[in-house]
Design a protein around this ligand. Structure first.
Ligand code: UD1
Length: 375
């Protein structure tokens, strides 16, 4: 039996780990899963709400690291995670995505000789000013099993010299969560709460430091959103980093930024799924939302200069439009004019709701290769 520590830290981790833990619990003869929460995200709305909505078990260990500079946060996770690995002696530590907790835990394990499996390996924006790109590059170098969501990720890893036997295409585990919860989310009243049920509306999320930490960039984007809201109401669940900056920069007081933008606290998983799944258009700088909108066939404009998820542009509904005010407005207007062909969305291969099972199979297979004498 394989003892696996599954690490979560920040909001985008929860929907990737939940299906894996559930699948492991369904195969008790083969897997003994534990969940460690680093506490990188800690607000009720950034963390606890997701555990409830996704049916994630209460973490076996909570490291309680909280916020801080990159160095502080990464170091705090490392210091607190090391004794957990030493005490629990897992066969594998499974990390997901590209947040600081992902890299911190992978680094701890690589020094202790504990095998690391990285879910969502191989994505590259080629933009090293993004903290996530550094986290991705280094986590992949340290991992013993690289579980990729799409073929572009495999190509990136091989071109970086990662031995092919470590790489396994398993598909997109976040889509396991999405498909599982789509019907359940119909019970949410999120559309009614923002008075958009049955009508056309847009949904916005913004939290990248490059967009929200610079007053001019944030003002420019908010001005564009106010202009888009002349065409349809815009619902905007605001990340704590973004809210703090809107307040600090005094942008809430500026008349031209107002428009019909319906601001709200961050939403839980089911409420947010209910909201974006009915949207006419999504504007975002999130990585995960580019994938979720592709899976559902909802037009998405990515307010960044690049994406580490090119398959959402090549096959899906995503367009990378940058952060120029005129470009955002004209792309949004063009997207609103385009009508869907009514056919099912073009979804990348293996984004089929069964990635978690493939992850478990890959873990077993890789263990057999690493320990031919049995385990
Ligand atoms: C982190 C991830 C990013 C991910 C994002 C999703 C890194 C480098 N960044 O960015 O990849 O897309 O999460 O949300 O790991 N805060 C709260 N409550 C919380 C958490 C944070 O108020 O529960 C506030 C704090 O003021 C904190 C700030 O938000 O300083 C930023 O949080 P942090 O975890 O440092 O980065 P994110 O911007 O959330």
């Amino acid at each position: 039996m394989l003892k696996v520590i599954n690490v979560v830290g920040a909001r985008p981790n929860f929907m990737k780990v939940a299906p894996v833990v559930e699948a492991m619990r369904g195969r008790p003869a083969e897997f003994s899963p534990a969940v460690v929460h680093t506490g990188q995200h800690y607000d009720e709305r950034m963390s606890d709400a997701f555990f409830r909505d996704l049916g994630l078990p209460t973490p076996d260990v909570h490291l309680g690291v909280g916020s801080g500079s990159h160095a502080q946060q990464t170091a705090a996770v490392m210091q607190r995670f090391e004794p957990v690995v030493l005490e629990q002696r897992p066969d594998w530590v499974l990390v997901v995505g590209d947040v600081n907790s992902t890299l911190a835990c992978a680094l701890v394990c690589s020094k202790l000789g504990t095998p690391v499996a990285h879910v969502e390996a191989g994505l590259r924006s080629r933009d090293r000013t993004m903290p996530e790109e550094i986290n991705r590059l280094l986590t992949d170098q340290l991992s013993d099993l690289l579980l990729t969501p799409s073929e572009d990720a495999d190509r990136n890893l091989i071109s970086e010299g990662i031995p092919p036997e470590r790489v396994r295409l398993v598909g997109n585990v976040m889509i396991d969560s999405l498909l599982k919860h789509l019907t359940l989310a119909e019970r949410s009243e999120a559309r009614e709460r923002f008075a958009v049920a049955g009508s056309a509306y847009a949904v916005v999320t913004l939290h990248r430091p490059s967009n929200v930490d610079d007053p001019e960039a944030l003002r420019r984007i908010l001005r564009a959103l106010a202009r888009v809201s002349r065409h349809l109401p815009v619902v905007f669940p605001v990340h704590p980093r973004t809210r703090r900056n809107i307040e600090e920069f005094g942008l809430g007081r500026e008349e031209e930024l107002r428009g019909d933008i319906r601001l709200t606290e961050p939403l839980g998983y089911l409420d947010f799924l209910r909201l974006y799944s009915g949207a006419r258009l999504v504007l975002t700088d999130s990585g995960g939302i580019q994938e979720e909108t592709t899976a559902l066939g909802i037009p998405c404009l990515t307010l960044r200069e690049n994406t580490e998820r090119p398959v959402t542009v090549e096959l899906g509904t995503n367009r990378v439009v940058g952060t120029d005010e005129e470009r955002i407005v004209s792309e949004a207007e063009a997207a609103l004019q385009r009508t869907s062909d009514g056919g099912p969305p073009r979804v990348p291969p293996l984004w089929d709701g069964r990635a978690a099972e493939r992850i478990l199979d890959a873990l077993l297979e890789r263990t057999r290769a690493l320990r031919p004498d049995g385990f």
